[in-house]
Design a protein around this ligand. Structure first.
Ligand code: A3P
Length: 279
């Protein structure tokens, strides 16, 4: 669709770059890319390419809103522009900066069961470290278990993949700036299993006509995930989305689930909903 818009700008001068009316604010590894690509199946949605990182990086923020607007795709009046930068969620300055741009912006927060998210985060960090230095002999990387537990057996709360999964620590700042009903909490585990039902809720939240349905998805057995379908093509997300996770010692898993019990309760209180994550 973007090239078509560019071609037709002379015919439709109203096509313009607009600031986003909705932002996927995080959380990393919870399905932020899948969510954006699925919403883009809607004819009234335009998406920014890549992650813009305007509100969380001072060098970008200092370039001003006009720079930010120029990072956005062309859209027609009535279309919604969406961008996603998952690190917005964990960066303290971001809520206030977004409010200063547009106090009525709609925010999408996608979350997953926190231990699964932490393992996904670990898996990505390990994969990135391996590709960053392909010529250097591979460093024997530490296992997930070694990283999440301290030598005395207690939880290494400072380990970033665990810290990010304590969602309430970050969400409370957003709720000091935005009313609760301006943030839609999307269940990322359900988005994997049943994308249609989740996307329909989001269409409603964004005030979009219901257009996305079962005809937009097919299950790809090889990938093990739903892939996306529109009038012209079928496509799955890249292989970096839907990685195989390492097997984690069940004792460590249950220790972590227990540890997140309190954090999850605090998060449920903040959002006013129990997501039923295992303890
Ligand atoms: P894993 O790769 O650990 O399975 P993000 O885009 O925020 O980095 O999130 C990546 C996660 O999106 C993946 O984590 C995967 O589980 C999830 N996901 C949700 N729906 C997906 C889909 N249809 N295809 C691939 N990955 C999907």
């Amino acid at each position: 669709r973007p090239p078509l818009i560019l071609l037709s700008r002379r015919l439709y001068p109203s096509a313009a770059r607009r600031l986003p009316q909705a932002i996927i604010m995080g959380v990393r590894k919870c399905g932020t890319r899948a969510l954006l690509e699925m919403l883009y199946l809607h004819p009234m949605v335009q998406k920014a390419a890549g992650e813009v990182h305007f509100f969380d990086r001072d060098d970008n923020y200092n370039r001003g809103l006009e720079w930010y607007r120029m990072q956005m795709p062309h859209s027609y009046p009535g279309q919604i522009t969406i961008e996603k930068s998952p690190s917005y969620f964990v960066t303290p300055e971001v809520p206030e900066r977004i409010r200063a741009m547009n106090a009525s912006v709609k925010l999408l927060l996608i979350v997953r069961e926190p231990v699964t998210r932490a393992i996904s985060d670990y898996t990505q960090l390990r994969a990135n470290a391996a590709t960053a230095s392909p010529v250097v002999p591979p460093v024997i990387s530490k296992s997930f278990e070694q990283l999440v537990l301290l030598p005395n057996g207690s939880i290494n709360e400072a380990y970033r993949p665990l810290a990010i999964s304590a969602y309430h620590h970050f969400l409370h700042r957003w709720l000091e700036v935005f009313p609760r009903d301006q943030i839609l909490v999307v269940n990322g585990d359900l988005l994997i299993e049943d994308p249609v039902s989740q996307i329909q809720k989001i269409e409603n939240f964004l005030g979009l006509e219901p257009r996305i349905g079962t005809h937009n998805f097919y299950f790809n057995e090889t990938k093990g995930f739903y892939c996306l379908r529109n009038e012209t093509s079928d496509r799955c997300l890249r292989e970096t989305k839907g990685r195989k996770h390492p097997r984690v010692n069940p004792k460590v898993l249950s220790k972590l689930r227990k540890y997140f019990g309190d954090h999850n309760q605090k998060f449920y209180e903040l959002i006013g909903e129990d997501l039923g994550w295992p303890e």
